[in-house]
Design a protein around this ligand. Structure first.
Ligand SMILES: Nc1ncnc2c1ncn2[C@@H]1O[C@H](COP(=O)(O)OP(=O)(O)O)[C@@H](O)[C@H]1O
Ligand SMILES: CC(=O)OP(=O)(O)O
Ligand SMILES: [Mg+2]
Length: 364
């Protein structure tokens, strides 16, 4: 099957063509550049059998869905919960319908992998009158990335993915940490929205809600501005006055910028906290996996991060950390394997689309 995959991320729009499970073409655009993508659709691919589009928020949908107008309208209603990605995904679907009439478009959700989170990890300790409908809960994100990382880890370690206990750290523009047990997410750092948890390029990560109430109570900023601030003007960007691209922040730190130094310190500290917390959701730790653009391209930062994880007893090979590409970065025979895996969300999207078309239960 030929599947055209589309993945809007916080900092990019990635398109790829996957034919019989192999990626044949990939192209990346600046985040909202759907028009530039539109111009290239026919050049990138002969008419595909299906299009798979990543949606950050799928609510409680456990598996991908073949879209029609009413399903798309339902997904569009979740925009406030993932404002940087959801509108681009919706726009991409409409574009596909107009450019490739008759080709099924399948929505694949970041949230689905976390659908079975244990109640203790999924619930917020809020009044039950609020949580009774089970909508105001922790959804989790980056599930497509986690699913791929799990399968790839199992292959690299020669293990069955259903038997692995691992902590998966997705370090892209946005950052999340997920505890995976027997093939399922059992806790994850992002929650009702992708703001919760670790510090991202432009998102704050967890902030005391009391602080936010205080800021709102001053009346100086309203809800819309607060939302824009937490999603787009916080994190590394907000702390440093840069775009939040890790490359830019590291360059500023190297040039002696003390704010950039503090920002990287906060970023790493919060990330280590999430990794420690995720490990506590497992009864045993087989592997810690790093994936996403930062893990892939910044071995020195990865090394700095690993240097502060001593309580996990990881045994790291410094020469392996410094290399590039998919690799084991722990020493041979270490009790806990540590791996860097390139995020291949397009393969996961294609797999999901093929499974959906074949009528399989992809959630299993
Ligand atoms: N050499 C590099 N090339 C691309 N991205 C890099 C590089 N070094 C670091 N990065 C970081 O990777 C992040 C983007 O990760 P990625 O997973 O591609 O993004 P997205 O979240 O948009 O899918 C950016 O913050 C960027 O700083
Ligand atoms: C859900 C989420 O945060 O996605 P991204 O990495 O694309 O920002
Ligand atoms: Mg990403």
């Amino acid at each position: 099957m030929r599947i055209l995959t589309l993945s809007p991320g916080a900092s990019s729009l990635k398109a790829a063509v996957v034919v019989h499970g192999d990626t044949t073409v990939t192209q990346t655009w600046a985040h909202a550049d759907i028009a530039a993508f539109a111009e290239r659709v026919h050049a990138i691919s002969a008419t595909p059998d299906a299009v798979a589009v990543r949606f950050a928020h799928g609510g409680s949908r456990p598996r991908p869905v073949v879209l029609d107008e009413s399903e798309l309208a339902n997904l569009e209603r979740l925009t406030a919960l993932a404002p940087t990605q959801q509108p681009v995904s919706v726009q991409a679907v409409r574009l596909m319908w107009s450019l490739l009439p008759g080709v099924p478009v399948i929505a694949c959700f970041d949230t689905s992998f976390h659908n079975g989170l244990p109640e203790a990890a999924a619930r917020y300790a809020l009044p039950r009158t609020w949580t009774r409908q089970n909508r105001l809960r922790r959804y989790g994100f980056h599930g497509l990335s986690c699913r791929y990382a799990l399968r790839r880890t199992a292959r690299m370690l020669g293990r069955d993915s259903d038997s692995l206990r691992l902590v998966c750290c997705h370090l892209g523009s946005a950052v999340s940490v997920t505890a995976i047990r027997d093939g399922h997410s059992v806790d994850t750092s992002m929650g009702f929205t992708p703001v919760e948890g670790a510090v991202s390029s432009t998102r704050s990560g967890s902030v005391d809600p009391g602080l936010l109430l205080h800021v709102l109570s001053t009346g100086e900023i309203g809800v819309d501005e607060l939302s824009e601030t937490l999603f787009l003007r916080s994190g590394l960007a907000g702390m440093t006055g840069t775009s939040g691209d890790v490359r830019e922040v590291l360059a500023a730190r190297a040039a002696g910028d003390s704010e950039a130094d503090i920002a990287i310190g906060v970023y790493l500290h919060r990330l280590r906290r999430e990794i420690g917390a995720a490990a506590m959701s497992l009864d045993r730790l087989d592997a810690v996996v790093f994936t996403g653009g930062v893990a892939e391209h910044q071995p020195a930062l990865l090394s700095e991060l690993l240097g502060g994880l001593a309580p996990l007893g990881l045994q790291i090979s410094s020469s392996r950390v410094a290399e590039l590409g998919d690799r084991l970065i722990s020493v041979d025979g270490a009790a806990v394997a540590v791996l860097m895996i390139t995020a291949r969300i397009e393969l996961e999207l294609a797999r999901a689309a093929e499974g959906t078309i074949a009528g399989m239960d992809y959630s299993s």
